[in-house]
Design a protein around this ligand. Structure first.
Ligand code: NAD
Length: 477
């Protein structure tokens, strides 16, 4: 550790008692001071400086006679003046969901800090079983529980005993709460599990949702909901029959930047929206991965990542498309795209003449953004569909000036927000904001896009009146 010269000089002067206690406290009164002082003094012994001070309490008082409330014992055994610890005024509401309000010190010039978190005590949080220990579970979901306030992982389901043992240790999950796929239905007998989060290949979502609901658990299922409209309908029916909640994990609808854009669109901040351009592309390399097998994935880029363009456009606008026109392509001879499409480009017509133009690709460098073009301005969300790193830019005119703004708001882990929303729905018996019906509507639209791409002409969709018809109430926290 390097010690700044001014602090070192003060420490040395203090050691030779040239500075007052007050001066020492004001400069070095942080918890750090003692170890810095002792470290500095120990270093000085070699140089013959302050050698007596290093072995003598800095106050010059024997340790046994020092008032313990104003001093503490440093690692070297010396008694060192302690800081004056106080609790500044704070509002501490008794209600568990009301945040503690700390003494304010920032001016209005800077952005306000978010309220202090209001986590539920661990024994009151909703317990989740995670099914499938692949990329999403290990890289994003399990870490995100650390930022959850209402959710906790309590069980794991995997085909790999090695992964189960290691991950269970990492996250404090009991060995008895680790299940093989063959034992999946035994989750029924685990009272700690209230919800099952299904993070399996797309073709398995329907079966594991239906069996999970039959086991008496609420279901949070990854997108795409399933591989067909019929599967989606069966999932909704099974959850309804079991009296269990079903939510599709549309994380974007819980992510703060996307929610802000949604509010600006709905409030007509820059007038009415006229068209929207959206792009979600990435590159893949392993033809043996389930994402490249039609039976497991259902399709290629469209259901995997193009779905974000589709679902987010519906979320922003609130209305439903009345017609789609798709065009897909797969490079001949490329083993990655023997079964699933490499690219899908599609347009959707929404009520009022609004057009959404989207492209998704499995064979380009990753690119995930959208731009909402309105009468008097545009909103551009770079990394709009990414796990993190959203960058919001807007443009509008004021007199002769073009105003281009970069808007920064507090980031929030969107997976934690999504899981906590589902937990709140379970705890408060509410319908999820992104229920099964939301996933079913996307599946209907994707099937129409494939149909259009095959036929080479637009496909009409049944008109849906109203806004947010397939969504549940707004998430509250
Ligand atoms: P992955 O391949 O990394 O993990 C899939 C898991 O399923 C693995 O643990 C694998 O062992 C298990 N599995 C069980 N049976 C299998 C089988 N027959 N074939 C292959 N794997 C099998 O996949 P992932 O990226 O974690 O995706 C899982 C799900 O999550 C998919 O539905 C995907 O669309 C979705 N997903 C969502 C997001 C998001 O941002 N919400 C991101 C990535 C993936």
């Amino acid at each position: 550790m390097s010690i700044p010269n001014d602090l070192l000089n003060t420490v040395l002067r203090h050691a030779s008692q040239e500075v007052s206690r007050k001066e020492f406290l004001s400069l070095a009164g942080r918890g750090l001071a003692a170890s810095v002082a002792v470290g500095a003094l120990a270093g000085c012994q070699d140089q013959g400086a302050a050698s007596t001070a290093a072995t003598t309490p800095t106050t010059g008082t024997p340790a046994s006679e020092v008032d313990a409330s104003t001093t503490f014992t440093a690692p070297g055994g010396q008694q060192v003046p302690s800081s004056e610890a106080v609790s500044p005024p704070a509002k501490v509401p008794a209600a568990p969901d009301k945040p503690i309000e700390l003494e304010a010190w920032k001016s209005d010039v800077d952005p306000k800090s978010p309220p202090t978190p209001t986590p539920l005590p661990p024994d009151q949080r909703v317990g989740y079983a995670l099914v499938g220990l692949g990329h999403l579970t290990l890289e994003e979901l399990l870490p995100a529980f650390g930022e959850c306030k209402k959710s906790k992982p309590v069980a794991l389901v995997s085909g790999s005993p090695e992964k189960l043992a290691k991950v269970a240790k990492q996250y404090g999950i009991k060995p008895a709460s680790c299940y093989s796929y063959a034992d999946y239905d035994k989750l029924k007998d685990n009272p700690e599990v209230q919800a099952i989060y299904i993070v399996l290949p797309n073709s398995m979502h329907a079966e594991y949702t239906i069996r999970g609901a039959q086991a008496g658990k609420h279901i949070l299922c990854e997108k795409p909901m399933a591989n067909s409209v019929a599967e989606c309908e069966a999932m909704i029916a099974a959850c309804n029959k079991a009296g269990k909640k079903l939510m599709i994990a549309y994380r974007i609808q819980y992510e703060p930047y996307n929610r802000l854009v949604r509010d600006m669109v709905r409030d007509e901040k820059f007038g009415k929206v006229k068209y929207l351009q959206a792009q979600n592309s990435q590159s893949s390399a392993n033809p043996d991965h389930w994402r490249h097998k039609k039976a497991l994935a259902g399709g290629g880029a469209l259901p995997d990542i193009g779905l974000y363009c589709l679902n987010t456009a519906r979320f922003l606008l609130g209305t439903e498309p009345t017609e789609v026109f798709g065009y897909s392509y797969s490079s001949p001879g490329n083993p990655l795209f023997k079964e699933v499409e490499e690219m899908m480009s599609w347009q959707m017509r929404f009520p009022g003449g609004v057009v959404v133009d989207s492209i998704t690709h499995y064979n380009t460098h990753d690119s995930r953004f959208y731009r909402v073009n309105a009468e008097r301005g545009w909103l551009h969300l770079n990394n709009g569909y990414a796990y993190r790193g959203q960058q919001l830019q807007t443009s509008h005119a004021e007199g002769s000036a073009r105003m281009e703004n970069h808007i920064t708001i507090g980031a929030k882990n969107q997976f934690a927000a999504e899981m906590d929303h589902f937990s709140a729905c379970i705890l408060e018996n509410k319908k999820p904001h992104t229920p099964g019906e939301e996933g079913l509507q996307d599946q209907r639209i994707m099937e129409a896009i494939y149909q259009s791409a095959r036929a080479g002409r637009p496909v009409k969709l049944p008109a849906v009146a109203g806004t947010d018809v397939f969504r549940g109430p707004e998430p509250t926290a």
